[in-house]
Ligand binder design. Structure first.
Ligand SMILES: CC(C)(COP(=O)(O)OP(=O)(O)OC[C@H]1O[C@@H](n2cnc3c(N)ncnc32)[C@H](O)[C@@H]1OP(=O)(O)O)[C@@H](O)C(=O)NCCC(=O)NCCS
Length: 134
């Protein structure tokens, strides 16, 4: 396993299998565009398969704030510590900032609490007809 902070050497095909359970997921080309347009990324790459197996993104003003919209590890690679590694490496990149926010399900509260994150109230808006990004 290796962890990359850039999209250099990445092809769309290396991003197959993400957005599990999404009714209308982004395709691999759109996923690559999201990674390119993010302020910060960390990719977990299986060296033997030459496939991305986990990723995390952040968008930031690089002054005070960052938001982490995506963290996902492919199902067959979960519970091996890859998610934790991705979060740790992302928080390292963001450590100079005042506020770092994300939204998660209740079941992940203890996971994020272990990174000294605290629970808050979020307000969200979703345009489901734009879920694929196309
Ligand atoms: C959340 C996610 C990224 C964690 O990835 P991972 O590589 O399995 O994480 P780790 O192996 O580092 O897990 C560390 C610990 O976090 C907790 N944890 C991880 N995923 C969890 C889940 N889905 N539910 C409850 N606890 C979870 C567990 O305590 C886990 O320890 P364990 O493997 O001994 O049970 C992965 O489950 C995933 O991709 N889920 C679908 C997408 C998602 O929910 N993303 C989060 C958006 S905020």
């Amino acid at each position: 396993m290796r962890y990359d902070l850039t999209v250099q050497e990445l092809t769309p095909e290396m991003l197959t299998g993400f957005f599990v359970g999404w009714p209308n997921p982004p395709n691999v080309q759109t996923h690559l565009k999201m990674l390119k347009n993010s302020s910060y990324i960390v990719l977990a790459i299986d060296n033997e398969e030459n496939m991305v197996v986990g990723f995390i993104t952040a968008i930031s003003d690089d002054v005070l704030s960052a938001y982490i919209p995506f963290l996902e590890v492919l199902p067959e690679y979960q519970h091996k510590g890859i998610g934790r590694e991705l979060v740790e490496r992302m928080l390292k990149q963001l450590e100079g900032l005042y506020m770092i926010d994300l939204i998660c399900d209740d079941k992940l509260e203890s996971f994020y609490s272990s990174f000294q994150m605290t629970k808050s109230l979020a307000m969200i808006k979703r345009n489901y007809n734009r879920q694929s990004g196309l």
